[in-house]
Design a protein around this ligand. Structure first.
Ligand code: SF4
Length: 214
């Protein structure tokens, strides 16, 4: 059982509700989208074939209880759910960052899924698989990366369709880094009385000039 792996590294979790804690990142190769603001184009094609057992060994070397599977788009590879399951069975807390275009139904329920919903300025909002909104459980999170007022309005509309029992604090509104002023997004959230979480990508604040995982 193999996967194409772009990089494995140990860093501070920058996004999601786990922001701030140390985490091992397994970045898988390949993405079916081309977002206008993508900061990981090197993950589109570059990668090394690794057996799941090799990945587990490399992850274990960091002695960290939290692992995030990211990309690219991790769910493009058929063996990703198996990797997630193996990590869970080894006792890790596992997070999956997915771009929201692929069915999350095959992912183990114990895995925390951070599902992007692409907004219009990404250029990829027509690829959102909105059925995923019905497959979320209470530990999962939804992320909107917002670049302008139209994106904000788009996100607002989608939020209204999310089941009322889904925790509103797990709905993340994040400004497009370097394009959208965080204070502007904060103002819109407050003015519109939106019960969502303003979310800043911590790794971009700590390491603004670092093009790859650190
Ligand atoms: S989904 Fe993520 S990796 Fe893929 S193009 Fe968009 S930002 Fe880049």
């Amino acid at each position: 059982m193999t996967l194409l792996v772009n990089e494995i590294f140990y860093s501070i979790q920058g996004e999601s509700l786990s922001a701030g804690i140390p985490c091992v990142f397994v970045r898988l190769t390949g993405c079916n989208l081309r977002c206008s603001y993508c900061d990981t184009p090197y993950a589109y094609d570059e990668g090394t074939k690794m057996a799941i057992t090799e990945i587990l060994k490399e992850v274990a070397a960091f002695r960290c209880p939290v692992v995030e599977i990211t990309g690219g788009e991790p769910l493009l590879q058929n063996n990703t759910p198996l990797l997630i399951q193996s990590l869970l069975e080894d006792g890790y807390e596992v997070l999956l960052e997915t771009n929201g275009s692929i069915d999350i139904g095959l992912v183990d329920d114990r895995c925390i899924k951070i599902v992007d919903i692409k907004c219009p300025t990404s250029g990829e909002s027509h690829k959102n698989n909105l059925y995923n909104l019905n497959r979320l459980n209470a530990v999962d999170q939804i992320k909107f990366v917002i670049g302008d007022r139209e994106d904000f309005r788009y996100a607002q509309k989608i939020v209204k369709t999310i089941q009322s029992e889904f925790p509103r604090s797990h709905i993340l509104f994040s400004p497009v880094f370097g394009k959208m002023q965080p204070e502007k997004l904060a103002r819109w959230i407050l003015d519109e009385n939106m019960n969502v979480r303003l979310h800043l990508a911590l790794q971009k604040i700590i390491w603004p000039d670092q093009p790859r995982g650190v």
